[in-house]
Design a protein around this ligand. Structure first.
Ligand SMILES: NC(=O)c1ccc[n+]([C@@H]2O[C@H](COP(=O)([O-])OP(=O)(O)OC[C@H]3O[C@@H](n4cnc5c(N)ncnc54)[C@H](O)[C@@H]3O)[C@@H](O)[C@H]2O)c1
Length: 258
């Protein structure tokens, strides 16, 4: 059996981060060609074991609409096609009660986490509609959060942005269901990436106590492993998963079950 992503060209934003780099490594191991992007000028150490011929790296800020067009152009110039986009870049914010969130912080989180995905979709949808005329298996995966599925005490603006990502996902899925482009969201609970480990460090609690605090309310009583989230992102992106669109899939250790 050939690898799931053999010959597929995939854009990944936030590629230097915890999920982004792990997604990139797994996609490359399953035959994909990658266009990777993040804020930094260079790819992170976490991408250093990728074969140079399997990826291009392009720095960029997802809040800039032109960046998304540039990534699509890179995919076409370097590999001659585009199949999949994984809109993963995002930021969290320190814990504040909703009425205490500073306005400039709120705008920043909406700008990156929600508008960043909006700009990505605005560029990717027409490009993938055109690609879908030539080949099947075109799809977009937006990385949302369980904070996009319910209230998130202390993370109100992040929750609002991630609810918005799910709204964009479902709308884009419905609008493109007959155009050969699937659009889904993956909604992780806390996982062991630099983002969550930063939260733990900022908590001023011993790491095990901070983790237990973050895992409160999770029936499995633990954080997610990065690979568990990567598995779900690749499931949503898998060209063989051709009838799944418009879903916001929670990878949450059972939170949604109670
Ligand atoms: N780790 C978790 O517990 C968790 C849970 C739910 C959802 N998420 C979501 O998963 C995604 C990936 O997060 P992660 O946990 O891997 O965090 P991370 O901090 O390890 O990675 C995020 C990456 O996004 C990049 N980024 C931030 N702002 C950017 C911008 N404006 N333009 C381009 N790149 C930018 C960062 O440089 C970083 O490399 C995010 O959307 C996050 O909200 C994470």
């Amino acid at each position: 059996m050939s690898p799931r992503f053999e010959g597929r060209v995939v854009i990944v934003t936030g590629a230097n981060g915890g999920f982004g780099s792990a997604v990139a490594r797994k996609l490359a191991s399953e035959g994909a060609w990658l266009v990777l992007s993040d804020l930094a000028d260079e790819p992170a150490e976490a991408l250093s074991d990728l074969d140079d011929s399997s990826f291009v790296y392009q720095p960029g800020d997802v809040t800039d609409p032109a960046v998304h067009h540039r990534l699509i152009d890179f995919a076409k110039e370097r590999y001659g096609r585009l199949d999949i986009a994984i809109n993963n870049a995002g930021i969290a914010h320190g814990h504040h009660r909703l009425h205490e969130i500073p306005g400039d912080l709120a705008r920043k989180v909406i700008e990156v986490d929600l508008m960043g995905v909006f700009h990505a979709l605005a560029a990717q949808i027409p490009a993938l509609q055109a690609e879908a005329k030539a080949h099947d298996g075109c799809s977009i995966v937006n990385v949302a959060s369980v904070a996009g599925l319910g209230g998130a005490p202390g993370l109100g603006i992040y929750a609002a942005a991630k609810h918005g990502v799910i709204g964009l996902t479902k709308t884009a899925a419905a609008e493109n269901a007959r155009k050969g482009v699937r659009v889904n969201a993956v909604c992780p609970a806390f996982a062991r990436t630099p983002m969550a480990l930063g939260e733990i460090a900022r908590s001023n609690l011993p790491a095990d106590e901070a983790e237990a605090f973050m895992a409160r309310g999770v029936p499995m009583a633990r954080l997610a492993e990065v690979d568990e989230i990567v598995t779900a992102i690749l499931f949503a992106a898998d060209p063989a998963n051709g009838f799944m669109t418009g879903h916001a899939v929670a990878i949450d250790g059972g939170i949604g079950a109670i």
